[in-house]
Design a protein around this ligand. Sequence first.
Ligand SMILES: Nc1ncnc2c1ncn2[C@@H]1O[C@H](COP(=O)(O)OP(=O)(O)OP(=O)(O)O)[C@@H](O)[C@H]1O
Length: 310
Amino acid sequence: MTRIEVQELHKQYGRTRAVDGPTFTVEPGRVTGFLGPNGAGKSTTLRILLGLDRPTSGSALIGGRAYVDLAEPLREVGALLDAQAAHGSRTARSHLLALAVSNRIPRRRVAEVLEEAGLSAVAGRRIKTFSLGMRQRLGIAAALLGDPAVVILDEPSNGLDPEGIIWTRELMRTLARDGRTVLVSSHLMNETASFADHLVVLGRGRLLADTSMRDFIDSRIRPRVRLRTTDDARLRTVLRDRGFNPVREEGGVWTVEGAGLDDIGPLAAREGIPILELTRKEASLEEAYLDLTAGEAEYTSTGAPLNQEA
Ligand SMILES: Nc1ncnc2c1ncn2[C@@H]1O[C@H](COP(=O)(O)OP(=O)(O)OP(=O)(O)O)[C@@H](O)[C@H]1O
């Protein structure tokens, strides 16, 4: 079991403090989402983890060692950082073969990962003819080549079509189920909510959260119910009398914050208020994330949500 350990990591670029002392552990057997506004220090942390940059102080270790000290890095850590990095004049197959040979990985793994990534049919095409989504699949194939215990993916769904997005989601879940350590950065909150068990959130280089997905949402967003009735006036009065603050939204739907189904259902029954609909309103990761990171973004626009998914 190989874990990632980041300890009081600092990285200073001139006057910019890109990473400002986070300490966290990424555990095997689950998918950890790595989140944070633009400029939060995620890419810098990943680059340091993968030996592409040096920390100013502190450490980022994989299985207790720095990446540069790993004997056979591709067999221990698979990473997708920049899908454009592959050499364009090579074919997908020759790119993976070169990686396999230079890392003493059996050649049969090339065909296996091409198949797994859905690239077998285009394995003989030059990478420069690949779409962004195909490059992304190739980058993930390369990350899996050495059958590593640790997989690090930076924005894996970038450029992927819906089928590709589902594929990466299933892949990450499977890798974690196999006991691997999976760290995935993303800006897409609905996406992240669909694959991550645990979250590490940075803001301005600092650790803002290191918690399970469920606790992250539950600790930030109060429970809410939505309901409809034929007697709006009585509903409002009864709820207000009980200290709730019902808010009427479009379509005659009421939202009641800080209330559960058990509060509202029996109360409405006792008071004889006809209920047409009563449901728990699930809080989203996006709401919880925006609540946490408000004010932490290095660059924000005014008015528009920080993260919009297509
Ligand atoms: N090579 C570099 N030289 C100077 N400053 C840098 C360098 N790399 C990153 N930075 C700065 O460090 C800060 C953190 O950047 P980083 O790319 O790690 O953030 P990020 O969380 O990955 O952001 P994004 O979500 O936009 O990818 C930013 O202010 C960035 O401008």
